[in-house]
Design a protein around this ligand. Structure first.
Ligand SMILES: Cc1cc2nc3c(=O)[nH]c(=O)nc-3n(C[C@H](O)[C@H](O)[C@H](O)COP(=O)(O)OP(=O)(O)OC[C@H]3O[C@@H](n4cnc5c(N)ncnc54)[C@H](O)[C@@H]3O)c2cc1C
Length: 516
């Protein structure tokens, strides 16, 4: 088995991982950052449309804090919210704009700001409807200039290396649990590499692909939570998953259709062309995200249809094109002209508020392991997320974790002896992988999705426990590839979400339980 060594290993090339890498590289330490995708553009970061929270012209730390606490349904960790509000806007200016040179739209020389749902001030800055793309490119360009940072594409982390799981020195089991790197698959040649690291930073993004419908990219299969769970790091709030009401329903996949369309008067209609939202909430199509999502879901079940529709065709075509260029072009490329016809939409899993539990500098309960960005649970989002705070969280926790990984010692020089990797010989059946994924996605959608109950969650648990056992057998006996690694992680994280939902005794925020 090949073995490599680095000072700081970062798993994930989104905003959180890149911010940590740029910060940690500051003093010349050797930093390695990996992504399982073939391309450098990966994760949800480049997909972010709306923007990132900065500060409004009449804004204050207190106002932002109150908005976050309110959205979080009385479940946020106040210290984490204070940390975000204090450092977030400062880092947007100092790190994103001044250091990375990320571009944002301006009006008469100053940054344009917009308000979004549940924000009391216009404080969100943006670059057209491609904010994530602009930020991702700027961070990547900076990273590529740093000689001490090695970027590895097409490398999938399999598991975190820990004293208790991987050391062949039997008495290491008595040491305080710690992580000393990760076992990684080089997807190009299917070779397993043990990457030793003094510190490891998990920045592997979200979990959207565990659900039938999601706005997230293909790589969002919950790998980070699964790896941390197996390694024994504490994870929490996993059952708080935010669903977006309107994703394009098309065989080629889902695509986020921004809330701004409804803000501009787009109507939500059923297959008979009738508006239905007023039957559920007096605010109609502009009710909060979770209410609109559940109403669409209920209407789909009632009508026995696969989607509902969003209609903005009553507006002037020229205006629609100018206001929503990306959405217009994307839908047109799928054969739907939004200026002439309604868009088929479904609600879709969008953001994981829970994850691997961390403190204010991203440290997990496992020594030498950090988690940042969507994979982590910093406590900022509580039971529901305020729009455009996730990129901000990536920035703040990425920055502080990168800094702490440099400065804190944490006995980080011990690297135990490792047993070499035993490769199975069996061949993986792609049809089986597709079938198992379908089971995970439909089970999570129907039993652990928008509307839950204890009995549905228990049914999901039964189905997925059996599935996990089958997947584990295939994983143990087959020649490893990236698909079985993702499936194994997907099964594990799905079960962790269900367990978290069953343990919760209440209906709160995004965790909506019938009859509670
Ligand atoms: C369509 C859409 C629109 C959004 N709009 C906004 C918005 O306007 N404002 C906002 O604040 N937030 C928005 N969000 C949320 C926000 O984009 C994400 O929460 C954030 O980008 C997550 O960043 P991250 O760095 O944690 O992870 P990501 O950007 O998701 O990156 C994860 C990285 O981990 C890698 N990875 C995963 N597993 C492995 C593994 N096993 N081995 C190696 N690498 C691995 C991936 O390849 C990827 O490089 C949006 C999300 C979506 C999907």
């Amino acid at each position: 088995m090949k073995q490599e060594k680095t000072d700081i290993l970062i798993i994930g090339l989104g905003l959180a991982g890149m911010t940590a890498a740029i910060t940690a590289a500051g003093t010349g330490k050797k930093v390695t950052i990996i992504t399982k995708t073939k391309n450098l553009s990966s994760g949800s970061t480049p997909w972010a449309q709306g923007g990132i929270v900065y500060k409004g012209l009449n804004d204050s730390t207190e106002k932002l804090k109150n908005d976050i606490l309110k959205a979080g349904a009385d479940h946020c960790w106040e210290e984490a919210v204070d940390h975000l509000c204090k450092h977030g806007p400062r880092l947007v200016k100092k790190f994103l704009i001044d250091t990375l040179g990320a571009e944002f739209d301006k009006k008469e020389g100053s940054l344009s700001r917009v308000s979004e749902g549940a924000h009391s001030e216009p404080r969100v800055i943006y670059k057209e409807d491609q904010t994530g793309q602009s930020i991702h490119q700027a961070a990547l360009a900076r990273l590529q200039q740093l000689d001490n940072v090695k970027i590895l594409v097409d490398h999938t982390a399999i598991d975190l290396l820990t004293f208790s799981h991987h050391s062949t020195a039997s008495t290491d089991i008595y040491k305080k649990p710690a992580c000393f790197g990760a076992m990684v698959l080089d997807n190009k040649n299917d070779q397993v590499v043990a990457m030793h690291a003094s510190k490891t930073i998990l920045a592997s993004g979200g979990i959207g692909q565990l659900f039938l419908h999601t706005t997230n990219p293909k790589e969002a299969t919950g790998d980070g939570v699964a790896m941390a769970w197996r390694a024994g790091a504490r994870c929490f709030n996993l059952h708080y998953i935010q669903f977006h009401p309107t994703a394009l329903y098309h065989p080629s996949g889902r695509f986020l259709i921004s809330e701004a369309l409804r803000g501009e008067g787009a109507k939500l209609i059923n297959s008979q062309g009738l508006e239905f939202m007023k039957n559920y909430d007096s605010r109609g199509a502009l009710a909060p995200r979770d209410i609109v999502s559940r109403s669409i879901h209920t209407e789909m079940l009632k009508d026995e249809t696969d989607c509902m529709f969003l209609d903005i065709s009553h507006k002037e075509a020229e205006w629609v094109f100018k206001r929503f260029p990306t959405i217009y072009k994307h839908c047109l490329s799928k054969g739907i002209d939004i200026t002439k016809e309604p868009v088929p939409i479904v609600p879709a899993a969008h953001y994981s508020c829970g994850g691997v539990g961390v403190n204010l500098v991203g440290k997990t309960s496992l020594k030498r392991l950090y988690a940042v960005g969507e994979v982590a649970c910093s406590g900022v989002h509580g039971a529901n997320r305020l729009a455009s705070t996730s990129l901000l969280e990536c920035l703040v926790w990425g920055y502080f974790a990168g800094k702490d990984a440099l400065e804190s010692k944490d006995d980080d020089n011990y690297f135990p002896p490792l047993a070499s990797w035993k490769q199975g010989k069996g061949l993986i059946d792609k049809a089986q992988i597709a079938q198992e994924w379908y089971t995970i996605k439909s089970t999570m959608w129907n039993f652990a999705g928008l509307i839950r109950s204890q009995s549905k969650l228990h049914a999901a648990m039964n189905i997925l426990r059996n599935l996990q056992s089958e997947v584990e057998q295939v994983y143990q006996s087959s020649k490893l590839d990236k698909n079985i690694i993702s499936l194994r992680n997907g099964a594990q994280t799905a079960l962790a979400i269900i367990a978290s939902g069953i343990e919760s005794r209440e209906s709160r925020g995004t965790h909506y339980v019938e009859g509670r």
